[in-house]
Design a protein around this ligand. Structure first.
Ligand SMILES: [Zn+2]
Length: 388
């Protein structure tokens, strides 16, 4: 009886012992003959938001290891290309520490579009393991493309190299202007001189906005920077030039005076900051000039100063439009020698000086008011092109 039980147990267990030995042998022979190999593949490249020169773009990208082995660390690089076979412009890269078999790594990667990137249609190419640090079963699937994107945005010009400064030293500028990639680009350029941004296709009116010739009127700068953020990716039938900080070194010091003089009374002196602006406007056939300030004793509605002797002119029509849309008021202000507006008047450039309250109210509230006034003043020209 006992023998029978033992024999039965041996018979029952034997197949299991044999089977387990056989499977162990199979695994050993498999790993001896085949190496486990990773295979990195770009499985998604997608661009979110508009693509503006001088700004960051967010590229959502995924790398997947479709091989049967783990990959160690590797780089992913990002390029702009006009076609898949054209030359590549390297935008940036990121490092992935490793990727197990079957797993993915997704990131919204921020990449900077240089200020001088030619406008037009591009593909974003992501390329994984460009340095060949991972041995893969297939190297031909390491590249992926986005759908077509359009690079838009202004032309950046260093306008007046004599007046550069760090505008972030001004507490209002530092506090109230959001430090987007676009604003940061402008702030950095201002150190080399005043910056001019040029927009538009040239088919229409030529307009120049000059802001903050007085460095202690930060509402003007905050308002125009807000307007620039609003228009940075938009199109224009015409040409719009914007100088957001006329004298960055004075903005840095929060002072009205340029080397001891009021810059808005020496625009008749060749080479002064105001003269340079009017000279540019004259030479380039500017039709309209908006001169943006803030100051004391301005009505809470906001104020436009216009020239005498301009009844029924384009200047008056322009001012009427702005007052009707934004609710500000306008008045005739006599010209004084060396004012930017006086110099512009000599060349028959339609000019408005815009003011909001600076001293007795909140900076941010009146900057927002001035932003709406600037926006309505540009709407007169159908700037930017209205979206349908
Ligand atoms: Zn002023």
């Amino acid at each position: 009886m006992k023998k029978t039980i033992i024999m039965a147990l041996i018979l029952m267990l034997t197949p299991f012992i044999v089977a387990s030995e056989a499977s162990a042998t199979d695994v050993n022979s498999y790993s001896n003959n085949k190496t486990l190999t990773p295979d990195l593949k770009i499985t998604n490249v997608a661009v979110h938001g508009s693509v503006v020169r001088g700004c960051n773009i967010s590229v959502k990208n995924t790398v997947t290891n479709i091989g049967n082995g783990s990959a160690g660390g590797f780089w992913v690089k990002y390029y702009l290309k006009t076609t898949s076979s054209s030359g590549s412009y390297l935008l940036g890269k990121r490092y992935i520490n490793g990727l197990k078999s079957g797993s993915s790594n997704t990131q919204n990667t921020l990449l900077y579009i240089p200020t001088n990137m030619p406008r037009g249609s591009y593909l974003v190419m992501a390329s994984t393991d460009t340095t060949n640090s991972v041995v893969e079963s297939n190297k031909k699937n390491n590249i992926g493309y986005s759908s077509r994107i359009t690079v838009v945005g202004p032309t950046y010009i260093i306008f007046d190299k004599n007046v550069g400064g760090d505008v972030l030293k001004n507490p209002d500028i530092n506090r109230y202007i959001p430090k987007t990639s676009f604003a940061t680009t402008i702030f950095n350029l201002e150190k080399s001189g005043s910056v001019m941004l040029k927009f538009g296709n040239g088919n229409g009116p030529k307009v120049l906005i000059s802001a903050g010739i007085h460095g202690n009127e930060t509402e003007a700068n905050i308002a125009i920077m807000k307007y620039l953020e609003y228009i940075k990716d938009k199109s224009f039938n015409g040409t719009l030039y914007v100088i957001p900080f006329d004298i960055p070194l004075d903005t840095a010091k929060n002072t009205r005076f340029y080397h001891g003089q009021d810059p808005n009374r020496i625009a008749n002196v060749a080479g002064s900051p105001g003269w340079n602006i009017i000279h540019f406007a004259h030479v380039n056939g500017i039709n309209y000039l908006l001169d943006v300030h803030s100051g004391g004793e301005v009505t809470s509605k906001g104020l436009l100063n216009i020239n005498t002797g301009t009844s029924n002119s384009q200047e008056v029509k322009w001012a009427h439009y702005i007052t009707s849309v934004s609710g500000c008021v306008s008045r005739v202000q006599p010209l004084e020698t060396g004012m930017v507006r006086a110099e512009a008047f000599k060349y028959k450039i339609n000019t408005i000086t815009m003011e909001v309250e600076r001293d007795t109210a909140s900076t941010i509230v009146y900057a927002a008011k001035e932003f709406r006034m600037i926006k309505s003043s540009m709407k007169f020209f159908q700037f930017p092109v209205p979206l349908n």
